[in-house]
Design a protein around this ligand. Structure first.
Ligand code: NAP
Length: 249
């Protein structure tokens, strides 16, 4: 495991699912960890469970994103690692999708990433050091799922954003990378029901669903000092989901 001892790490959407898995792993690696989400009751409970700090934050609010980062810097003196992970995935088939459905997904997933990453970069730029890790998805850039055209567009959009942002900050000791998870066993995914989850398990080459910590380990690597020469890149963590060229027996 990579050593993040003493690093200050902030994880949006760290109160559940993948973000909680990232928080657990970064904390285990020694980082002083702060999680964020909109649900204060759950956020405080999970913070207690993981022995981390919690900041209530809606990533769709630009001022709130800036205030959250300022609060961290005020309390801890700096921000070394931002994991921009908060995201939503409501299902809407294209024929019924409204402009509001489209906007909500893009506002949380894409604009929220822009707001929070920009606020963190303003601090990291002064430090001339920082690691940004965005939770994107295989959906959009590589695969598609019926009912998720807005989601896929937002997740592919995060990668377009990440590559240009990485270039802008490459000379300043700051790396910006993304993880592309396949289907990971989270609270959000549980809502799809057992039949769906068993189907995913049976059709995933590794015959098991990924766990939130699997994304945490990739985030831990990208957040480490050892990953200092990697920027604007992606790591797929999907148990082989995107590999099959044809359906195998
Ligand atoms: P989840 O279990 O539903 O958790 C989502 C997290 O995001 C929660 O902590 C939630 O906290 C937070 N959140 C949602 N809206 C927010 C907002 N406006 N501001 C701040 N926080 C907000 O979802 P998940 O499955 O862990 O997904 C996490 C990320 O991984 C997403 O970006 C998703 O697109 C990506 N991903 C997931 C999978 C998968 O299979 N699970 C696969 C690929 C990519 P509150 O409810 O308190 O706001």
């Amino acid at each position: 495991m990579f050593n993040l001892a003493g690093k200050i790490a902030f994880i949006s959407g760290g109160t559940k699912g993948i973000g909680k898995g990232i928080a657990k792993v970064l904390k285990q690696a020694g980082a002083i960890t702060i999680i964020a989400g909109t649900d204060v009751v759950r956020g405080e409970a999970i913070a207690k469970e993981l022995a981390v700090d919690f900041i209530p934050l809606d990533v769709t609010d630009q001022t709130a994103c800036k205030n959250a980062i300022d609060k961290i810097v005020e309390k801890y003196g700096r921000l070394d690692i931002l994991c921009s992970n908060a995201g939503i995935f409501p299902q809407h088939y294209l024929k019924d999708m409204t402009a509001e459905d489209w906007d909500l997904v893009h506002t949380v997933n894409l604009k929220g990433t822009f707001f929070l990453v920009q606020a963190a970069l303003n601090v990291m730029e002064k430090q001339r050091h920082g690691r940004v890790v965005i939770t994107s998805s295989i959906t959009g850039e590589i695969t598609g799922i019926s009912g998720y055209s807005h989601y896929g567009a937002s997740k592919a959009g995060q990668l377009g954003f990440m590559r240009s942002a990485a270039l802008e900050y490459a000379g300043q000791g700051i790396t910006i990378n993304a993880i592309m998870p396949g289907l990971i066993m989270t609270e959000g995914l549980k809502e799809f029901g057992d039949e769906f989850l068993n189907h995913v398990k049976d059709t995933t080459p590794m015959r098991t669903l990924g766990m939130p910590e699997d994304i945490g380990y990739a985030a831990c690597f990208l957040a480490s000092d050892e990953a200092k020469y990697i920027t604007g890149q992606t790591i797929v963590v999907d148990g082989g989901q995107i590999l099959p060229e044809m359906q195998e027996a």
